[in-house]
Write a protein that binds this ligand. Sequence first.
Ligand SMILES: C[S@@+](CC[C@H](N)C(=O)[O-])C[C@H]1O[C@@H](n2cnc3c(N)ncnc32)[C@H](O)[C@@H]1O
Length: 211
Amino acid sequence: MSPHDDQTAQEYWEAHYGERERIWSGRVNAQLPGILAGVAPGRALDLGCGEGGDAVWLAENGWQVTAVDISDTAIGRAAAAADARGVRDRIEFERHDLSDTFPEGTFDLISAQFLHSTVRLERPQILRNAADAVAPGGRLVIVDHAAPPPFSKKVPHDHPFPSPEEVLAELDLPDAQWERARVDVVERDGTDPDGQPFTWRDNVMVLRRRA
Ligand SMILES: C[S@@+](CC[C@H](N)C(=O)[O-])C[C@H]1O[C@@H](n2cnc3c(N)ncnc32)[C@H](O)[C@@H]1O
């Protein structure tokens, strides 16, 4: 049982964002620029956009973005960041609990970057809904933590961190319609809250719907 089971997902994430004025760096996630190098921009959907680092970067790079989160506080910060960077008109923000509702439409890129939660998150169904919403020729990009950061006090011991193959097995996308453009585990350097170095391991999955 998660220590947060008495909270709804929305309450949990609102409380999380309420702990500090800023939680994330505000920068684009490390893997995304490399994944999209050479990809022509189109319509993008950012699932669990947080404070908008990826959504703003996508908009700055020509994408028309729909950015979704469960937290109004996160969305407010993301919208303020988009305003400050002059790309607010390229991003539509929608609040959803993705376990229950999913944005309308189809997209050339759907990105789920670290869409993890220690409270209710129907991730396999959300990622299947995402696959259904990818337009022909478009990409579903999933980047997960391979393991919790060693300093995290919020992740219960039994919280799963599925491997890329486990995520793809749950998605069960037909090979005739989907190409595995990239499936790997990437290491990158990080520092813990005390400034000590450690290594992050990111599970990177890029799936392309055949045109
Ligand atoms: C670990 S954070 C990652 C945020 C951002 N993608 C990033 O990489 O910086 C997970 C995000 O997913 C959002 N989230 C969690 N559960 C959700 C749900 N059921 N529906 C929509 N968003 C959710 C959280 O509010 C949070 O912003």
